[in-house]
Design a protein around this ligand. Structure first.
Ligand SMILES: C[S@@+](CC[C@H](N)C(=O)[O-])C[C@H]1O[C@@H](n2cnc3c(N)ncnc32)[C@H](O)[C@@H]1O
Length: 233
């Protein structure tokens, strides 16, 4: 069940990614020149995308993948090229539109279906694997657990996602918000400790049958994010 906190945060993120920072995100996720700071973010995000994709099975032929919070769709395209049938969902219609323009018309051997909506909507169906790259980082830790439990209920295989690791320096940086100018600053990133996620996955009854697999942190200039894998226990 979606909480008021989740719905309010999702609405703020929709406003931010769909309007305030839509062009910024389209540029950051393209090959267009960006500032040195944003180039570090782009490099870190490229590295993170590679890690997440490498944690999926080698062959994705005919696998159903949910790209939860797909943004401009880079990860969906890679998965489809590896044979997956991808449903790529984002609440920001303008980014989904950019994703549709950038994706190849025929991403064979796989397919991509872009949808505008909530990544947690059960109407999206069930999947072999779910990927959520940097789409949970703006939710408070309890909402992250609610989101993960909602996704596990619809996943046969593994879930790979990222979170903003909680360190004193990062907490300060996120609070001050150095990545974007004040005018288009994102809703706050919500750092969460790995220890909290480990404890929650082990003890939350909604996560029964799941355990944490691999985890890796990526630090690249102003980008810090940690990949984590949820697998069947
Ligand atoms: C930081 S961007 C990352 C986009 C993409 N995964 C990537 O790595 O390029 C976060 C994305 O998550 C989307 N998002 C956040 N909450 C969402 C929700 N509840 N349902 C669908 N999309 C959501 C935002 O609109 C935004 O496009």
């Amino acid at each position: 069940m979606l909480t008021t906190t989740y719905v309010e945060r999702r609405q703020r993120l929709e406003t931010y990614f769909d309007r305030t920072a839509s062009d910024t995100w389209a540029q950051l996720t393209s090959t267009a020149p960006v500032s040195k700071i944003r180039a570090t973010v782009r490099a870190g995000r490229d590295q993170m995308r590679e890690i997440l994709v490498s944690w999926l099975p080698g062959s994705l032929a005919s696998k159903r993948i949910l790209d939860a919070g797909c943004g401009t769709g880079a990860l969906a395209v890679i998965a489809a090229h590896r044979g997956a049938n991808v449903v790529a969902v984002d609440v920001a219609a303008s980014l989904v539109s950019v994703a549709g323009e950038r994706a190849p018309i025929d991403p064979a051997p796989g397919t991509i279906e872009f949808r505008v909506g909530d990544m947690l909507d059960p109407a999206h169906g069930a999947y072999d694997h779910i990927v959520a790259m940097d789409s949970l980082i703006h939710y408070p830790r309890d909402e992250i657990m609610t989101a993960l439990s909602s996704l596990t209920a619809r996943c046969r295989g593994s879930i790979v996602f990222t979170f903003a690791p909680k360190t004193p320096l990062l907490t300060l940086m996120h609070t001050v918000g150095l990545l974007f100018p004040r005018s288009d600053r994102a809703p706050a990133i919500e750092p969460v400790s790995e220890a909290f996620l480990r404890k929650s996955v082990a003890s939350d009854p909604r996560m029964a049958g799941w355990k944490i697999g691999r985890t890796t942190r990526v630090v690249s200039g102003f980008y810090t994010s940690q990949a984590m894998e949820l697998v069947r226990s």
